[in-house]
Every structure is written in C-alpha cells, then in structure tokens.
Ligand binder design. Structure first.
Ligand code: SF4
Ligand code: SF4
Ligand code: FES
Length: 222
C-alpha cells in the first residue's frame, strides 16, 4: 500500500492503480465520460478528467495516470475547472442538444457534468457542427444517433467484456467517426438478450427500437 494526497485528503491505495479509480472510490469526484472502472488501457478520449499534480508542469489525465507514493493531486483549481469546462463545451459543439426529445433526458452524463461544472448545456463560444446522418437504423434492434454519440467507446468495451467480441467498432475517420456494426454479420445473436451497451452509454446515443422489441415479443408469443 502507498499514500497519496488528493485535495489535502490522505488516501491509502495500491500502487499502480489509476488515479481516477482511486479518487472515485474515495469519494473524490473527477469529471469523466470515457472511463470504465478497472479498464487496463483507457481510451482517454473525452479529456474531462484533468487534474493538477504537484511538481508537474502540465495537467494530467486522471484515467491514465497511475498512483505513486506521496503524489499530491489537486482536482479543483480554477485552471483545472477551466480546462474541464472547455472540454465539455467542445463535446457539446458536436452534439445535437435536444434534451426534451432524447431518451437520456434526466439521466444523462452531459447534463450531470454541466450541472457539476456550473455551465449551461450549450457549445458557445464554439460553433455547433453536426454530422449529416441523424439516425442510423441498420442495427436490427437499436437506433444509433451519431450526433449524440461522444465516441467514448464504452459500448465497444462492455460488449467485448460480456460477449468476448464486440458487435460495435469505430468506423470512418476524424469528424466523420461513428460507432458501427460494420463487419459483424449478425448483431442480433448477442443484442436481443444483452443491451449492456445501451445501459453503459452515458448519453442517448443508443436506443432500443420500440418496433424491434415489439416484433421480437410477437415472434416469441406465437
Ligand atoms: S444526450 Fe443528454 S444532453 Fe444530449 S440531448 Fe440527450 S439528454 Fe440532452
Ligand atoms: S454509443 Fe454511447 S457508449 Fe458508444 S461510443 Fe457513443 S456515446 Fe459512447
Ligand atoms: S475519463 Fe479520462 S479522458 Fe475520459
């Protein structure tokens, strides 16, 4: 066991664990969107989990930083909050903010973060840029909303964990990147009984299609 200091709180923890996991387990909240507890190689794509570490010139990402003896960490400085607000606004600048028509309304991580960081749920001062495809209905029972997706990769991670392989993968590049079932012939094999991706999605980007559930139900009933 080693000791670290976070926001003047002394914490004992196992060496080598991620700073984010240790802080969250000890009641110190650090904003995060792409983190799944225990992930060996975090994607570090959301840039929300910035912290200041004593002796380091640049802010660090808590999800990829491993704890070490006597590390002193600040999670709540004005500079850190500024970076986190900027990261949130950048995510919102490529997000279709239409909460009242969204399945995640009132249990959405973007809404939670905007409350926590005390910023409005809007992209300004950045301009909004949305993808052309509003909804992808190629999956047999899920609708995918590219303009809600944070590209956090949690759906891919949890599907692989649960099923040994992932129905979803990243497709395309740059701004056009999306989640896709490309290359997976029969997603229905896993999805009908699983839906772990829908549960873990921090926003409303994956939604169970109502008519798909109804038609599956009808087939079972006959
Ligand atoms: S994902 Fe969250 S922020 Fe985006 S429209 Fe849905 S409820 Fe609103
Ligand atoms: S669909 Fe949801 S879980 Fe998957 S990458 Fe997009 S936001 Fe993340
Ligand atoms: S949680 Fe660290 S970058 Fe997303």
């Amino acid at each position: 066991m080693i000791f670290i200091n976070v926001d003047e709180k002394k914490i004992s923890c196992e060496e080598g664990r991620t700073l984010l996991d240790v802080c969250l387990e000890n009641g110190i909240y650090i904003p995060n969107l792409c983190h799944v507890k225990g992930m060996q190689t975090p994607p570090a794509s959301c840039r929300m989990c910035m912290v200041a570490i004593d002796g380091e010139k640049k802010p660090a990402m808590a999800c990829t930083t491993r704890v070490r003896e006597n590390m002193t960490v600040m999670t709540d400085t004005p500079e850190i909050r500024h970076l986190q607000r900027t990261a949130l606004r950048l995510l919102l600048s490529v997000h279709d903010i239409d909460c009242k028509n969204c399945s995640a309304n009132k249990h959405c991580e973007l809404q939670n973060l905007s409350r926590f960081l005390k910023v409005g749920l809007k992209a300004a001062p950045y301009a909004t840029l949305l993808k052309e495809t509003a909804i992808d209905r190629t999956h047999p029972c899920l609708d995918y909303y590219p303009n809600r997706c944070l590209l956090c990769g949690k759906c891919i991670h949890v599907c692989r964990q649960k099923n040994g392989q992932s129905v979803f993968t990243f497709a395309r590049r740059g701004f056009k990147t999306v989640i896709s079932t490309f290359g997976f012939d029969n997603p229905d094999v896993f999805c009908g009984e699983c839906l772990a991706c829908v549960e873990i999605c921090p926003v409303g980007a994956l939604v169970v299609r109502k008519d798909a559930v109804n038609s599956n139900q009808k087939e079972e009933d006959t």
